[in-house]
Design a protein around this ligand. Structure first.
Ligand SMILES: [Fe+2]
Ligand SMILES: [Fe+2]
Length: 139
């Protein structure tokens, strides 16, 4: 199996909301850490810890992102929220696979990497564009 490669953050991943971009960048860092922690051999304990970290971080991040959507009255809020729930459901599935003794490392990497690229660049970017045009007046 080919070893996953690091994912280098650059500005084309930025959606333009500083708080959200900072959180996305931290998720890129976590992805790269998972890869470097498992560079030699995949360790089930490390993979389990990575899934746990992701669960906690993703929940906080999704909460923040959903708040941005609510604040600008984003019309696709329910859909987007469902995609977040799907992400968390995938982590539950991976946790189950780990508990059964499966090597879920490659699946975790594939799933996380695809998510980072596609969800951020398409779905989150749509929210940021909408929020930029529909921000509540400041005065
Ligand atoms: Fe996001
Ligand atoms: Fe999102």
């Amino acid at each position: 199996m080919t070893r996953p490669e690091a994912l280098i953050w650059d500005d084309h991943y930025a959606v333009g909301i500083a708080e959200i971009d900072d959180e996305h960048r931290a998720l890129f860092d976590e992805y790269n850490k998972i890869i470097s922690d498992n560079a030699e051999t995949t360790d089930p304990a490390l993979v389990k810890a990575a899934v746990l970290m992701l669960e906690q971080y993703a929940e906080r991040h999704f909460h923040n992102e959903e708040r941005v959507m609510i604040e600008c009255d984003y019309p696709h809020y329910q859909n987007h929220k469902m995609l977040h729930e799907l992400f968390l459901a995938n982590l539950v599935y991976l946790n189950g696979a780990l508990a059964e003794g499966q090597d879920a490392y490659y699946e975790l990497c594939r799933f996380f990497r695809t998510w980072l690229i596609s969800h951020i660049m398409i779905r989150d970017a749509e929210v940021a564009v909408y929020a930029g045009h529909h921000a509540a007046p400041t005065d």
